[in-house]
Design a protein around this ligand. Structure first.
Ligand code: 3AM
Length: 177
């Protein structure tokens, strides 16, 4: 199974994010049903490993908190923009939760994630997106900001890669205290 740990987003917020999409040729917009905030990409694991990781996550204790999305940006690889995202207002509770998940998964046998946690919600994958259109989009939505929303659980997702879009399936929800 191909797995990752993420925060689900309230449906009204996902609709609002999905509605931002458009006007950037070369952008593949993430549909509302797929919008999420990744806490840890796990990747392909056999079922018995998935079960161990699930146990590790279920034993984790962390507090619920409020989260605010704010700002727009892009990730680039080798000088090419690859992802257009909505950012997250700095949040110690989120960092704390992500750290606990990382520790729990490492104790359960995963290799450490070497990339620094850069919380974001991916809005679009970019394939040679027109630079002027992309810059205009970022400018236009730079002040994007949500009201704070409650994060009361995190979720283990499975992902099946599709031709157009991956299909994400929530497998287990873990409640926050
Ligand atoms: O949360 P986003 O959408 O930015 O790009 C994948 C997606 O990121 C990322 O994990 C999230 C859920 O699929 N992802 C896919 N393969 C990855 C890998 N090998 C990866 N992240 C790190 N390493």
């Amino acid at each position: 199974m191909r797995l990752f740990v993420a925060l689900e987003l309230p449906w009204d917020l996902r609709e609002r994010l999905a509605a931002l999409g458009g006007g950037v040729p070369g952008a593949r917009w993430v549909p509302a049903e797929n919008l999420h905030l990744t806490l840890r990409f796990i990747g392909e694991v056999p079922p018995f490993r998935a079960e161990e990781l699930d146990h590790a996550l279920a034993a984790l204790r962390a507090r619920r908190f409020a989260l605010t999305l704010a700002g727009i940006g892009t990730f680039a690889k080798a000088g090419r923009e690859t992802v257009l995202w909505v950012g997250v207002e700095r949040n110690e509770r989120l960092d704390h939760l992500q750290g606990k998940i990382e520790t729990a998964l490492q104790r359960a046998g995963l290799e450490p994630e070497r990339r620094r946690f850069a919380p974001h919600v991916s809005l679009a994958r970019l394939d040679n997106a027109a630079p002027d259109k992309l810059a205009a989009f970022v400018q236009r939505h730079n002040l994007f900001r949500t009201d704070p929303f409650a994060v009361e659980h995190f979720t283990l997702f499975s992902s099946r890669l599709g031709k157009e879009q991956a299909a994400y399936e929530p497998e287990v929800e873990y409640s926050l205290a």
